[in-house]
Design a protein around this ligand. Structure first.
Ligand SMILES: [Cu+2]
Length: 118
């Protein structure tokens, strides 16, 4: 095989590899449902969020309170400490239809919300 032939095969391989990375990235971005959620004065806003079933969910949580909180859900099996006045990304696996409660573990009695999967 000539050198130029080898180089053009190599270039083709790189192009195919880059294309599949781009395609995979696009598929993942499309598959996950992103939800904006904020937390202020020990309340989730909105208190109820919804997402489609069988789709990965990404919750973009903004803790607007000065104190840290801990986002937790036993049924969703997630738990994340979020420092005061900061943001966090919470990845939730695809779920079956249902109502999944979450809360701030530091204020479990009052700071509650739910994810409704349809
Ligand atoms: Cu916890």
């Amino acid at each position: 095989m000539s050198l130029s032939r080898t180089l053009s095969n190599a270039a083709m391989f790189v192009a195919v590899a880059l294309f599949s990375v781009a395609a995979t990235g696009a598929a993942n971005a499309q598959a996950a449902t992103e939800i904006q959620l904020s937390y202020k004065d020990k309340k989730f806003d909105p208190a109820e969020i919804t997402a489609p079933a069988n789709t990965a969910i990404v919750i973009k949580l903004k803790n607007l309170d000065a104190k840290a909180m801990e986002f937790e859900s036993k049924t969703l099996k997630v738990e994340k400490v979020v420092a005061g006045s900061s943001d966090a990304t919470i990845n939730v696996r695809a779920q079956k239809p249902g109502r999944y409660e979450f809360f701030d573990e530091y204020n479990e009695k009052v700071a509650r919300g739910a994810l409704v999967v349809k």
